[in-house]
Design a protein around this ligand. Structure first.
Ligand SMILES: *Cc1c(COP(=O)(O)O)cnc(C)c1O
Length: 415
């Protein structure tokens, strides 16, 4: 069968998510395949942030904490994110950053498993997650160690020394998905607790934390949730049988996690429930932007999102492998759709320069060391024709050697 661009245009005309793309402000002439790193700008966000600045902050000043519900934003947005990740109201709160939220839940989980000293993760996990675990082990000085294994060896690594299985659900480099329910069950069978990092999952792939009986989770607001650069992050602690919200206090005793912050009492008493995971005053401007992103995400049917995401990534893999055959690309993402997140990565010997040449041509993905070009397919706003066009431009860059220009060889600070 002859595949052409018209077939992709037809898919876009039939796409039930097409109206949601119009809810984003996307620059003309750009094919944005990096929403897995920084989500695009929702059309409603600039006016919302301006209103919060001018009317709420400027006009109503400090009364806005009550009058405009500022104080409730961490729980209100947390309850909305809960709907995207299979959690119940009262199990998720928005606060601080992903790294800091990991610090909180990791310490809680280790306190809940005294006597066990091992944190299992995979060597391919996102570095900040591993660094935070290293830092927690150093701080506690109780002999905790990180046991890093290959993805296929995780179950075997779980024994009666393991306190916590700490994993990122979708791998940031390859896009491979872990079996959350299966690994959680294996961890529980070994007596360990689980922490899932959902940074590349929330808003991208179906997540069912309570269905999997997960214990703790954390995740990012600025990737698929489109909350804006440096958006606040979220944290989940299961209310279920483990009673994780009362089991051990999270270690950053901040006043907004206190049972009664406005008592201004000298001693710390953790709030009952998920509110104890808040440390500091929420960044209200950032919260306003995040809420617009989350509200937009909630308009999409998760099953439709997943189906489109897989259609996009399947088509991209097939087109690259047929149209760029012999041009040095090796697929690094699982071919099996059930094991694939919402991104596709290829290895190439000159991946950094290839990506710079793509970006110059308006195809924005990113480079991930050591040798990957990575493309995120955010089903809310990426079109089927974008897949076709991106592959055509990739083929041109590789076939002509356009990436060889000297300016594409020097690495910028952020890749
Ligand atoms: C993006 C990402 C983070 C981000 O951490 P910050 O604290 O927001 O900088 C953490 N973990 C994973 C797996 C990520 O993908």
């Amino acid at each position: 069968m002859n595949i052409d661009r018209g077939m992709f245009e037809a898919l876009d005309r039939a796409d039930p998510l097409a109206p949601l793309r119009d809810q984003f402000l996307l620059p003309h002439g750009v094919i944005y395949l990096d929403g897995n790193s920084l989500g695009a700008l929702p059309r409603a966000t600039p006016a919302r942030v301006a209103r919060v600045v001018e009317q709420e902050w400027g006009g109503d000043l400090i009364t806005s904490w009550n009058r405009h519900g500022w104080i409730q934003t961490p729980q209100r947005i947390g309850d909305k994110i809960a709907r995207l990740i299979g959690a119940d109201p009262g199990e998720v709160v928005v606060a601080e950053s992903t790294s800091i939220n990991l610090f909180k839940v990791l310490v809680v989980a280790l306190k809940m498993r005294p006597g066990r000293r091992v944190i299992v993760s995979e060597a391919e996990n996102f570095p900040t997650d591993l660094y935070i675990a290293e830092g927690v082990a150093d701080l506690l000085e109780q002999g905790h160690t990180l046991r890093l294994v290959e993805a296929g060896q995780l179950v075997r690594a779980l024994d009666d020394e393991v306190a916590v299985l700490m994993l990122t659900h979708v791998n940031f480099r390859t896009g491979a998905i872990h079996d959350m329910a299966g690994l959680t069950a294996a961890a529980h069978a070994a007596g360990a607790l689980t922490i899932w990092d959902l940074s590349h999952s929330a808003g991208a792939v179906p997540v069912d934390l309570n269905g999997a009986e997960a214990d703790f989770a954390i995740g990012c607001g600025y990737k698929y949730l489109n909350g804006g650069p440096g958006a606040p992050a979220f944290v989940y602690a299961a209310l279920r049988q483990h009673g994780h919200q009362g089991g051990a206090a999270q270690p950053l005793y901040g006043w907004l996690g206190h049972a009664s912050p406005f008592e201004f009492a000298p001693g710390y008493r953790p709030a009952a429930g998920i509110r104890q995971y808040i440390v500091s005053s929420p960044s209200i401007l950032a919260m306003a932007a995040l809420e617009e992103g989350v509200d937009l995400m909630l308009k999409a049917d998760p099953a439709v999102l997943r189906a489109k995401s897989l259609a996009l990534t399947d088509a991209f893999i097939q087109l690259v492998e047929s149209r760029c055959a012999g041009l040095g690309l090796v697929l690094a993402t699982p071919r099996d759709p059930a094991r694939r997140g919402s991104q596709v990565s290829f290895a190439h010997e000159n991946s950094y320069a290839v990506m710079q040449a793509l970006i110059e041509r308006g195809v924005v993905g990113d480079f991930r060391a050591p040798d990957l070009i990575r493309f995120g397919f955010t089903p809310l706003y990426v079109r089927h024709v974008d897949v076709w066009d991106a592959v055509e431009i990739l083929r041109e860059v590789l076939a002509t050697g356009a990436w060889k220009r000297p300016e594409f060889q020097t690495r910028a600070e952020v890749t």
